[in-house]
Design a protein around this ligand. Structure first.
Ligand SMILES: Nc1ncnc2c1ncn2[C@@H]1O[C@H](COP(=O)(O)OP(=O)(O)O)[C@@H](O)[C@H]1O
Ligand SMILES: [Mg+2]
Length: 256
């Protein structure tokens, strides 16, 4: 005996086939209207379920990534700072570096778009099916230091296992705490061993990083692993934040 539409809905719910449940009524109407072969209708219905699952998975990956926006390079103004390494940015955006397990260091003046470019790469990676973690270096390390040991382990594991980690604004506060440099060391070391990519953005020139890390031998190991198999992108130019502030208050931009 065939089921009523209500019973079918209940069965779909029990089977967690929400994609089919969402479109079933339409597909029934469509099949009646067109009199199409059963397999045609069935494949449409299956596709509805696949589509729903895919978009749910993408949404989940985005939520887990820690991204605060769906950043893209679409309306990035490359003319604003013509000295930016545009080709290298697009090269990273292809995610070939990720497949090769390479790192990228995006270094330069504040407001020149370092975080924006790093986040656009991160968002693109989530769309391509990668697990990504975007970490605001200072706040994440501070939170980590305050967490319970079990939480620390769990966090560190998720940072080590992600396909791509963005460490945003490293050394914003120059010196980092002893605890922070220890997590940094573990993170860099473990990801290096597993050949997993790390993208670091920083306003501080690489030459000074050793100073901010304190302990000399630790600094050397961290830096060695970060620099090996690494792309260095230097962002020189004016702050886009200043431009935005200037246009908001109707003032002149500072001269170049
Ligand atoms: N060339 C650009 N075109 C468009 N927006 C930009 C550009 N450079 C920076 N921005 C925007 O300016 C703000 C500051 O950029 P951000 O990436 O945070 O700078 P940084 O990380 O280098 O300090 C962001 O809102 C960013 O989207
Ligand atoms: Mg930034």
């Amino acid at each position: 005996m065939s089921m009523t539409l209500n019973e079918i809905e209940r069965a779909l719910r029990a089977l967690r086939l929400s994609g089919i449940r969402a479109t079933l009524e339409t597909r029934v109407l469509q099949a009646q209207a067109s009199g199409e072969p059963f397999l045609d209708t069935f494949s449409l219905i299956l596709q509805d379920e696949l589509d729903r699952r895919r978009s749910r998975l993408m949404e989940r990956r985005y939520q887990l990534s820690g991204l605060d926006e769906r950043a893209t390079l679409t309306d990035f103004d490359w003319r604003f700072n013509p000295k930016l390494p545009r080709q290298a940015c697009f090269e990273l955006h292809t995610l070939k570096f990720l497949a090769a397990g390479e790192n990228a260091l995006i270094i330069g003046k504040p407001g020149t778009g370092k975080s924006r470019v790093a986040k656009a790469i991160a968002y693109h990676a989530t769309l391509q099916g990668h697990e990504v973690r975007v970490l605001e270096a200072d706040s994440v390390f501070a939170q980590y230091a305050l967490s319970e040991a079990a939480d620390q382990q769990r966090q560190l594991r998720s940072w080590v296992e992600a396909d791509l980690v963005i460490l945003d604004d490293l050394f914003l506060a120059r010196r980092i705490s002893e605890a922070a440099s220890e997590v940094l060391q573990t993170l860099v070391h473990q990801r290096y061993k597993a050949r997993r990519s790390l993208v670091v953005t920083s306003n501080r020139v690489v030459q000074d990083w050793g100073k901010y890390l304190g302990d000399n031998t630790m600094a050397t190991t961290i830096l060695d692993r970060l620099m090996h198999r690494s792309h260095l992108l230097e962002f020189e130019g004016r702050s886009y934040r200043m431009k935005e502030a200037a246009s908001k208050f109707g003032t002149q931009e500072p001269p170049r």
